[in-house]
Design a protein around this ligand. Structure first.
Ligand code: MN
Length: 286
């Protein structure tokens, strides 16, 4: 039996992070049997670090922190002021991550999470790499791993595939930066679900599991047997976090960016329970 920490994105439960919302998300995840909750920190200032950490410890749950940069804080830009604002957001998110006791911070942190109207440029890419190198060094000083989540073409013009992410990692040159693979995005951009995982090998450090329509696992077009098989093949032992979004739980900062227009589920507990069983079964198969 694989021992990957199994996680769930907070937006399965709540659209914000008031202490009341945090208590619902953390206690519900722990009760169902998850090991980890992923807390979105698009606005790091809305997370109360002290109470969040207390709740996580009380419920015996690990945490990871994720975010996507906004067009106004894009480090994949030629605008130096914009790049500097992005650096500030990343450093604030790292402070939150450290404060809640997370050892992982990832997401679309190499640039804005948005639909770009043009390809990236050499200068914008170089700005992103330079900030990421500084950020990785800062993260290392507090024992934090940085994950780069490559996403589909409508959400980034910089990293859409595993290979692009590995090439970017080589430019950054810091060993606490890993590839974050999300099967939802792989379904759109990759040739299959096995090759990119083998290409990443031990540089894969975080995984998102999501269905092609972002709803119940196993009801869309993602080839999960192939994907879980590839994770087993490379001996992946890191976190695997379930991500799903519905218009029944809305985060104003995140849901519109991800184009969550439809109601794919309304019962968070049923969804989360099914997903945990689905992941365990997928990892256990021969
Ligand atoms: Mn994801």
């Amino acid at each position: 039996m694989a021992s990957n920490p199994l996680g769930i994105h907070a937006l399965v439960w709540v659209g914000g992070w008031t202490p009341e919302e945090a208590e619902v998300a953390i206690s519900s995840s722990a009760r169902i049997g998850y090991d980890l909750i992923e807390i979105p920190a698009l606005d790091p200032s809305r997370i109360d670090v002290v109470s969040t950490r207390e709740m996580l410890e009380r419920h015996g749950l690990q945490a990871s922190v994720s975010l996507g940069l906004a067009p106004g804080t894009d480090i994949n830009s030629e605008d130096v002021e914009c790049v500097n604002r992005g650096r500030d957001v990343l450093m604030a998110a790292l402070e939150v991550s450290r404060g809640v006791g997370s050892r992982y911070l990832g997401g679309v942190i190499f640039g804005a999470m948005t639909k770009y109207s043009a390809p990236t440029t050499e200068r914008a890419r170089a700005n992103s790499v330079a900030v990421m190198k500084d950020f990785a060094q800062e993260a290392r000083s507090c024992g934090t791993t940085i994950g780069l989540e490559f996403v589909n073409r409508y959400e980034s013009n910089l990293l859409n595939t595993a290979q692009q992410t590995l090439d970017y990692l080589d430019l950054v040159g810091e060993d606490n930066v890993v590839v974050h693979a999300d099967v939802y995005h792989m379904n759109i951009e990759e040739t299959d679900f096995r090759t990119p995982i083998l290409v990443c090998g031990d540089r894969l450090g975080y995984v998102h599991v999501g269905e092609s329509h972002r709803g119940y696992l196993g009801t869309g077009s993602v080839n999960f047997p192939e994907f879980f098989g590839a994770l087993r093949e490379v001996g992946y032992a890191g976190p695997i976090t379930f991500e799903s979004f519905s218009s029944s739980v809305v985060d104003p900062l995140l849901s519109n960016t991800l184009a969550i227009w439809r109601n794919l589920w309304s019962d968070s507990t049923d969804l989360a329970t099914q997903a945990l069983a689905f992941m365990r079964a997928g990892l256990a198969e021969d």
